[in-house]
Design a binder for this molecule. Sequence first.
Ligand SMILES: [Zn+2]
Length: 261
Amino acid sequence: MIDTHCHLDRCEDPTAAVDPQLAALVTVGTDLERSRWAVSAARRHPNVYAAVGVHPNDARLAADPEVRAGIEALAEDPLVVGIGETGFDRHWDAATPSEQAAAFEWQAELAARLDKALILHVRDAQGSSEASEQAAAAITAAGHRRGVLHCFNGSPRLLEAGLALGWMVSFAGNLTYRSAGDVRAAATEVPLDRLLVETDAPFLAPVPHRGKRNLPAYVRHTAAYLAELRGVPLAELEPVLDANAERLFGLAAARAAAGVE
Ligand SMILES: [Zn+2]
């Protein structure tokens, strides 16, 4: 079982959050400091891998040449298997659409140049699909064929764009929420070889932990829910999910290149 997206640095006890039973966890940096932390965590734990980048809500930081240079240097580390999370967030509106677009374009180019997975965050404002539509257009224009729709929101337009590029589609704990009809519908449609699960811990804890702080170990609840939704035994789905994560991130090669066990 693999947690393809979490934020260990935001967990109460990051070391305790690294469940040794998980084959891998990808901890995602959201600014330069947190990206640096993610790479150091990947060095300390044999099952932890890093993603580095600037979150769309912090997109204005990505205009700083020193931040860009710092992230680009970190991105060369073999234990960095993804760039981002980047994308489009109209819910918080913490950065302007043009700041978010500029930060996305830079990170998409970086991912393409290094042939690493691009991690896409998309959150619409209530009652709007503007961010999803902008994201669909942006990933299509960027054309990088290695990426993931992280914490997929159920947008049909975004799903179509991601699948056309060969991207993975990752489901988080909100899949298990009663209100998530669109997300559940998408979870039955995504081809088996494109499916991933994640926690986004410490956020978005799945049922039966909803409302509490999320942990990477809880990825099992989301995987079990997904298996039931698709009518396949978890024992059959799990190796497929793991193989998909391996194909997207190149985990075994990353660990071998880093020369640490
Ligand atoms: Zn995240």
